[in-house]
Write a protein that binds this ligand. Structure first.
Ligand code: FES
Length: 178
């Protein structure tokens, strides 16, 4: 089956984003079948930590499903969040390539630094820590996403400081208007 049309601005905005590439690879793997919606949403949720408006529109377009239907599914299941749970999202890839190169140790270091477990948000609401299964850019393993910024080839030593610095430079993980 042919790929669905993608808006030009969507291409330019996400061309370097490993999370978007992963979602697009998943869409392609399921041949853009509407019945793959739940699987695609799970991949998107894991990669981004939440399902933003633009992302849901993109998935709706690619699967040729009305946005209202996707919104209905995304709000029905507790596994999906429509907004970042914290002000910032820190997603550590724990897919095989990242894990064997220290992704698991990085998760532990960040859990200790922020006093939370992966999947939780700091009590002040500032940082949500999550993990994802392969963000599709294994050549950069181990890989983290700090909001929209990728940190590749990371090491556990000093990771908390580098994440804190990236968070300081990052604008909020929330989409405008959310
Ligand atoms: S395993 Fe982390 S990007 Fe593939």
């Amino acid at each position: 089956m042919e790929a669905r049309p993608v808006l030009p601005d969507a291409i330019t905005a996400h061309v370097d984003d490993p999370r978007r590439r992963l979602v697009d690879q998943t869409l392609k793997r399921f041949q853009y079948r509407p019945d793959a919606l739940i699987e695609v949403l799970h991949v998107a949720q894991g990669a981004y930590g939440f399902l933003g408006e633009e992302l849901l529109s993109h998935i709706a377009c690619q699967l040729n499903i009305p946005e209202s239907q996707i919104l209905g599914v995304a709000t029905f299941y507790h596994a999906f969040a429509l907004r970042p749970r914290g002000e910032h999202c820190c997603i550590v890839c724990t897919g095989t390539a990242c894990y064997v190169k220290g992704g698991g140790e990085i998760v532990k270091a960040l859990e200790a630094a922020y006093g939370i477990q992966a999947g939780q948000t700091t009590p002040d609401g500032r940082v949500s820590l999550g993990t994802a299964r392969c963000l599709g850019t294994c050549s950069q393993a181990p890989l983290l996403m700090i909001d929209n910024t990728a940190l590749g080839h990371e090491v556990v030593e000093g990771i908390a400081g580098r994440v804190a610095a990236a968070l300081g430079k990052s604008s909020s993980g929330r989409e405008p208007g959310s």
